[in-house]
Ligand binder design. Structure first.
Ligand code: NDP
Ligand code: OXD
Length: 305
């Protein structure tokens, strides 16, 4: 029984060491040096090369290194269970990223940094509170909502199915999207990438915003139509945007987003699971598989998240 680590360009050896520290008896193979594919029953993956999962006839479980499983759902052989990794720090880091982005916009942090670079003393007006709408009320969306609660924001949330959450007005499904968007000061996207969310934020979507709003996009790049985002900024439908994820990553040097004065860009690092937590989560699911117990964070193949 072997555990394969398939994450091209990432530190598979480091993760293998952490797993070995948890259980010295583990049989770990690191792609591309997989000498006994027939023994692989569990695979930890991040952007695996196309077709590689078909090489393991005994494969039972695939775990995504990340919380997102886009790109993996289509690669999973029939009968194999797909899980994802949602660690405690993934949630707290996302909460902090969103709060940082909101506060930086409210307090005009970038403008003051530019003033400082010019040696210019210029006190600036700032916003307080406001209506924050969170798209995606799963592990991350709820962690963000819990972090913002009590900080003077009015919270709204949108999900696929009905959710009742404390201190939040909730909406669900396409038919309630317009009401959700009607009065937001901040819009946070923490949706998974699925057929339903691909291209969701386009010009029609931005036209539904009831007032100029600040977008924080930390879901997945293809949910946002980048050209429509630029038009929404130009038309004043959006005050600005903080973007962590993009259609193409790394964002190409030719992208006009780099130079946009009202776009803050971060390189897909809003939240990251630490190596220690990842090893713990993988080992937990590996043991569960071996013992026939329930796995953590199983993905619904019907919904794709
Ligand atoms: P979850 O699966 O826990 O939650 C997903 C949420 O999105 C659920 O509330 C779900 O609704 C909602 N949703 C799904 N499809 C739709 C739809 N069509 N319309 C409306 N709502 C929908 O995911 P997580 O919170 O763990 O993660 C969310 C995403 O964040 C990941 O998939 C990944 O893409 C991204 N991510 C980004 C990171 C970064 O660093 N930028 C780090 C980690 C994750 P319902 O509750 O009804 O099922
Ligand atoms: C994730 C991510 O899905 O890093 O965990 O985006």
């Amino acid at each position: 029984m072997s555990l394969a680590i398939i994450m091209p360009g990432r530190n598979g050896e480091g993760l293998a060491e952490r797993l070995k520290a948890l259980d010295g008896g583990l049989d770990i193979q690191i792609w591309p040096d997989i000498e006994r594919p027939e023994a692989v029953e569990f695979a930890l993956c991040w952007q695996p090369p196309q077709g590689v999962l078909g090489d393991f006839p005994a494969l039972k479980v695939v775990q995504s290194l990340g919380a997102g499983v886009d790109g993996l759902t289509e690669a999973i052989p029939l009968g194999v269970t797909l899980c994802r990794t949602v660690s405690p720090s993934l949630k707290t880091d996302m909460r902090d990223y969103v709060l940082l982005a909101i506060l930086a916009e409210q307090r005009q942090w970038d403008a003051m940094a530019a003033d400082q670079a010019q040696g210019h003393w210029q006190p600036r007006h700032y916003r307080r509170g406001g209506v924050v709408g969170i798209m995606g009320l799963g592990e991350l969306g709820q962690a963000v909502a819990a972090g913002l609660a009590g900080l003077g924001f009015q919270l709204k949330g949108w999900s696929r199915t009905l959710k009742r959450l404390p201190a939040m007005e909730t909406f669900h499904g396409p038919e309630q999207l317009e009401d959700f968007l009607a009065d937001l000061d901040y819009l946070i996207c923490l949706l998974p990438l699925t057929d339903q969310t691909r291209g969701l934020m386009d010009s029609g979507f931005f036209a539904k915003l009831g007032k100029p709003c600040y977008l924080i996009q930390a879901g997945r790049g293809p949910q946002l139509v980048e050209a429509d985002l630029r038009s929404a900024l130009d038309q004043g439908l959006l005050r600005g945007a903080c973007l962590d994820v993009f259609d193409v990553e790394p964002l190409p040097p030719s992208s006009p987003l780099w130079q946009h004065p009202r776009v803050r860009i971060t390189p897909h690092c809003a939240s990251v699971t630490s190596g220690k937590e990842l090893a713990k989560a993988v080992y937990h699911n590996y043991l569960a598989m071996c013992q026939g117990l329930a796995l953590d964070q199983v993905v619904d193949p019907e919904q794709g998240y």
